[in-house]
Design a protein. Structure first.
Length: 95
């Protein structure tokens, strides 16, 4: 079943450009991954520093395989270190 993963991050304005670069690295790494459909990055306009990435995957199993890939984990570790807080993940399935 197709899923949508929401990745929420809070970044100080002075770190947003560096965060965007790391998010772009993650997105580039997803191309060609089994089950990856699409992704987009949104910057909230009424809440300074809030960033939302929406990733669409063919299945939860595809997402979970991607989540275990060392390259993804390394980039994610850099993001969490940059921000000083862990990324929040929410997984939804289409009904």
């Amino acid at each position: 079943m197709t899923i949508m993963v929401l990745l929420k991050r809070q970044a100080p304005e002075e770190k947003f450009d560096e965060l965007k670069e790391l998010i772009d690295q993650l997105r580039s790494a997803t191309f060609g991954q089994p089950g990856y459909i699409s992704g987009e990055t949104l910057k909230r306009i009424d809440q300074t520093g809030e960033c939302l990435v929406i990733a669409k995957w063919k299945s939860r199993a595809d997402w979970e395989r991607w989540f275990q890939i060392p390259k993804r984990a390394d980039i994610q570790r850099k993001i969490d270190e940059l921000l000083g807080t862990p990324t929040e993940y929410e997984i939804y399935e289409y009904q």
